[in-house]
Ligand binder design. Structure first.
Ligand code: ARG
Length: 227
């Protein structure tokens, strides 16, 4: 295949926020996770070397729109607003929003969150949705969702709202918290590219569909979500 043009010749630069296990997280000096493996496989198919840039979640889209990174790969939910700023690949995973509370909490579902303090990662769909549902005053924004979880265990907030697979990961890692059964919102994750960059978008979609038919995509997801 003909080489696609990227922001740095020979490289495919992915921008992410590595605070979102199992999609992207720090392990020692490395950044690992589903998105990393997917982009690594995409880069290989395009004959490029993967570079990873780790920024605050709400700085991801600007990195792509300003031409500093090729791909936003961050368990990023496709939304109408974000589509104004980036073009999205075919979706590669789906998620819901889960509510995390302390083990001894009496909160049972979304309706119980009225008047409570809800922790979220700044700029995420959890932030946007809880702000819409419960009002700005109810929402406590953190730069990392793990900081929200820590505030929860310390009793500083009543609940954390975060994407389902990340929530399940936190429940495994952090003693004393549980996820409520009632989930809400259906979201799809996709890779973002600079608006109008159809050459790169088509290359990414082509690589994704190959990875799907090779069974590689499922393999990556299973590897990171098995118990
Ligand atoms: N899916 C949510 C969103 O798009 C959360 C993504 C958080 N990702 C991350 N790498 N921190 O807003």
């Amino acid at each position: 295949a003909a080489k696609v043009k990227t922001v740095s010749a020979g490289k495919l630069t992915m921008v992410t926020n590595a605070e979102f296990p199992p999609y992207e997280y720090h392990e020692g000096n490395d950044i690992k996770g589903i998105d990393v493996e997917i982009c690594q496989a995409v880069a290989e198919k395009l004959g490029l070397k993967l570079e990873i840039e780790d920024v605050a979640f709400d700085a991801i889209i600007p990195e792509v729109t300003s031409g500093k990174a090729d791909l936003a790969a961050a368990g990023m939910t496709v939304t109408e607003d974000r589509k104004q700023n980036m073009d999205f690949s075919d979706t590669y995973a789906s998620a819901k929003q889960l509510i995390l509370v302390k083990d001894d909490s009496t909160l049972a579902g979304k309706d119980d969150l009225k008047g409570k303090k809800i922790g979220v990662q700044q700029g995420t769909t959890s932030d946007l949705m809880s702000t819409e549902d419960f009002g700005d005053d109810a929402v406590v924004r953190f730069s990392k969702s793990m900081e929200a979880v820590q505030a929860l265990t310390q009793g500083k907030i009543d609940a954390v709202i975060v994407d389902s697979q990340t929530a399940e990961q936190f429940v495994k890692e952090v003693p004393g918290i549980k996820a409520l059964d009632a989930s809400y919102s259906d979201e799809s994750y996709a890779i973002g590219v600079k608006k109008g960059n159809t050459e790169l978008l088509n290359a990414v979609n082509g690589a994704l569909s190959e990875l799907k038919s090779e069974g590689k995509l499922d393999e990556i997801v299973t590897q990171y979500t098995k118990a």
